[in-house]
Design a protein around this ligand. Structure first.
Ligand code: FES
Length: 71
């Protein structure tokens, strides 16, 4: 399902970004660019982040730490 129409990003790409450590809309935007233009998709992006973090909070947390260590 296309979530970010501005950047052509679907929910699978956003879920993948969260599994790789994205824990905020800004993180997702850095990973796959979803939400970095008009911002209209950010509530949907946040909903996907929330659902992924509920399903796997420990994996997301440990990955988020590694994401924050990036230069
Ligand atoms: S719809 Fe995602 S930034 Fe515009």
């Amino acid at each position: 399902m296309l979530v970010c129409h501005c950047q052509g990003v679907n929910d699978r790409a956003i879920r993948s970004a969260v599994r790789e450590g994205a824990a905020t809309c800004a993180d997702v935007a850095r990973h796959c660019r979803a939400g970095n233009r008009c911002g209209g998709c950010r509530p949907a992006v946040q909903g996907i982040i929330d659902s992924e973090l509920v399903q796997s909070p420990l994996a997301a947390h440990s990955s988020a730490e590694s994401l924050s260590e990036r230069p």
